[in-house]
Design a protein around this ligand. Structure first.
Ligand SMILES: [Zn+2]
Length: 178
């Protein structure tokens, strides 16, 4: 049976009070504004520490997106994860639901951050998926190198892979606190 928005909100509010309610509202608003309302409600957990060091959310490394976990402090009332973290995680959610590659190195991820960036800022960015190219080395040999190639028509350089993986922070977009 499908998990509903009301259940999502109730669970978050039961655990986190008004902060949890804001997380649910932000997910709902982002879903409507940026994903055409097609993302399915899913459990969102606020957790005191993350298994991957200082990651703020960790849908990232998983092949299946069954929930979104947001890093919260062990004390205090303000989430470490902010609205930008939630939006980032929702992109992973979208790619999981559409059956596409959810990884930062994939073409679908690049397509979505370009789409969202233009929608939100009005300005385009170029994010190319990682490609392996052969390069000539100083001693005359050949080596493989991973690059994010420039735009095929305009020649505009791509964001680096680190910038692609850390959108929206990497480009200075701040969506504020939850
Ligand atoms: Zn990610």
């Amino acid at each position: 049976m499908a998990y509903t928005l009301a259940e999502m909100r109730r669970t978050l509010e039961a655990g986190w009070g008004p902060l949890g309610g804001r997380v649910a509202d932000t997910w709902r608003d982002f879903n409507r504004a940026h994903f055409g309302g097609r993302l399915r409600p899913l459990p969102i957990f606020l957790t005191p520490s993350t298994p991957y060091g200082n990651r703020l959310g960790w849908t990232c490394c998983r092949e299946k997106v069954t929930h979104i976990a947001l890093a919260a402090p062990s004390q205090g009332k303000v989430l470490v994860a902010d609205r930008g973290v939630l939006l980032h995680e929702m992109i992973h959610q979208l790619l999981h639901e559409t059956g596409e590659c959810i990884r930062h190195a994939g073409e679908p991820w690049c397509r979505e951050i370009m789409r969202l960036h233009r929608m939100i800022t009005g300005s385009p960015i170029w994010a190319a998926r990682t490609t392996v190219v052969k390069v000539r080395t100083a001693d005359g040999g050949r080596a493989s190198r991973r690059i994010n190639p420039p735009h095929p028509d305009t020649g505009e350089p791509s964001l680096t892979q680190a910038e692609i993986a850390r959108w929206p922070y990497s480009v200075g977009l701040d969506f504020g606190k939850l």
